[in-house]
Design a protein around this ligand. Structure first.
Ligand SMILES: [Mn+2]
Length: 203
């Protein structure tokens, strides 16, 4: 299983808002399947403008958009999609804490993926994208992310190697319902783990 982590710098509030509107599906992108699944894993708590320091360089990087995914094969089993989503979200929360502004899961384009918007703010309130976007840091994140997924005990092939996409979409119903009922993805992941152990998973 190959972990994928890419990032892009955002330099203006306008660009940020456009990107956020696309990812949240407030505006419907043409390339997305309207019947596909997408869900907000973290909604923004405040408007972006109120988080950014008033004094900043004109060309300052105000946000980083990160796209996280895995090899397409990986997503053929629905259970693993929930696990992947939950582990990815935990990785982002651990790594970026309060700098993690909004997070969305998409399966209405090609391979399922997550968009995360991160504000590169230091503890003293200054923006410092350099500490977030240098090559060394990116490689470290990619390593850390792969590690975060490795430790999950996800076993491909055990189940779902022959799973059809329709089976995966059933799990999206479970994710949406759980989030609506205030169940976190981590809890859901734990519940699934337990059910698998007791060999009585029904979706
Ligand atoms: Mn997308």
């Amino acid at each position: 299983m190959k972990a994928v982590l890419r990032m892009q710098k955002i330099k203006s509030v306008g660009d940020y808002k456009r990107s956020s509107a696309h990812s949240s599906r407030r505006t419907k992108p043409e390339n997305a399947n309207p019947k596909g699944f997408h869900v907000a894993l973290k909604e923004p708590q405040k408007p972006i403008e109120s988080i950014l320091p008033e004094k900043r360089r004109k060309d300052a990087v105000i946000a980083i958009e990160m796209v996280l995914s895995a090899s397409p094969d990986y997503f053929k089993a629905g259970i693993d999609t929930i696990k992947w989503t939950s582990r990815t979200k935990s990785f982002l929360e651990k790594e970026f804490g309060e700098n993690l502004h909004e997070v969305y899961f998409h399966d209405d384009e090609q391979t399922p993926h997550i968009h995360a918007f991160i504000i590169p703010k230091l503890k003293d309130g200054r923006l410092c994208a350099k500490e977030f976007t240098n090559r060394k840091q990116l490689v470290k994140w990619q390593d850390d992310y792969a590690k975060a997924l490795e430790g999950t005990g996800i076993q491909r092939g055990l189940r779902g190697s022959k799973a059809k996409h329709t089976e995966v979409t059933k799990y999206y119903g479970v994710i949406a319902k759980a989030l609506d009922n205030g169940i976190s993805l981590e809890e859901l992941d734990g519940m699934i783990e337990e059910k698998i152990e007791n060999n009585r998973l029904r979706v």
